[in-house]
Design a protein around this ligand. Structure first.
Ligand SMILES: C[S@@+](CC[C@H](N)C(=O)[O-])C[C@H]1O[C@@H](n2cnc3c(N)ncnc32)[C@H](O)[C@@H]1O
Length: 195
């Protein structure tokens, strides 16, 4: 499905970074692990700030476009083609992890998130934005499946070794490519791994 979506020349979610990431990028240091990076807009933005970034995604077409986007700006990013259901990130390897609109089934998140938490170095930052469960009431993007949508308490419980710095469900105007456009309900989460 994702390879097909990304097979257009156009970038499905645009080439500009996610707005929540853009607003909070000053909190991040590299190396950064970007989960479900897709076509590279967020990794390339972080690389433009001088950060080392590894983008992981299950779409070969998406990651190929991510590398093209980086090259078009004379930037370098690393990519790994992997299914996040089985991906094993290296432990204590990243100063930051980002997850932008990565709407995995809850069973997959339950296996992945403890590994993601272990992949952060002490003091490292996790930054996540996703559509919230309330997004089912909007027709502006995201999966029509409550199991893939999130609320704050899910996230706070999923990362017990991290201290939440921000956890909020808000309504915001999302303008991030043709599949994510319009007033939406999102969950925004920033947490710091305890030392
Ligand atoms: C809505 S897109 C978001 C892409 C990117 N984070 C962005 O904001 O532009 C969701 C991404 O999740 C990836 N994805 C979905 N399920 C996956 C899985 N099981 N393993 C790896 N990647 C997956 C898709 O390939 C797709 O790139």
């Amino acid at each position: 499905m994702w390879d097909q979506r990304y097979s257009d020349d156009e970038y499905a979610y645009g080439t500009e970074p996610n707005a929540f990431l853009y607003q909070n990028a000053a909190l991040l240091t590299g190396p950064v692990l970007s989960l479900a990076e897709g076509e590279g807009r967020n990794a390339v933005f972080l690389a433009s700030l001088g950060l080392e970034v590894l983008g992981v995604d299950g779409s070969e077409v998406g990651l190929s476009k991510a590398l093209q986007l980086a090259a078009s700006k004379s930037l370098t990013i690393q990519t790994t083609l992997a299914d996040l259901a089985t991906y094993e990130p290296p432990e204590a390897a990243f100063n930051s992890v980002i997850s932008i609109f990565a709407h995995l089934p809850s069973v997959v998140r339950a296996k992945l998130y403890p590994k993601v938490e272990r992949s952060l170095k002490p003091g490292g930052i996790l930054l996540l934005e996703a559509y919230s469960k309330a997004q089912l009431n909007y027709n502006t993007g995201g999966p029509k499946d409550a199991d893939r949508l999130m609320i704050c308490t899910d996230l706070e419980q999923a990362f017990p070794q991290c201290e939440p710095l921000l956890c909020q469900e808000i309504e915001r105007e999302v303008v991030e490519g043709k599949y994510h456009t319009g007033l939406a309900s999102v969950v925004q989460f920033i947490a710091r791994k305890r030392s």
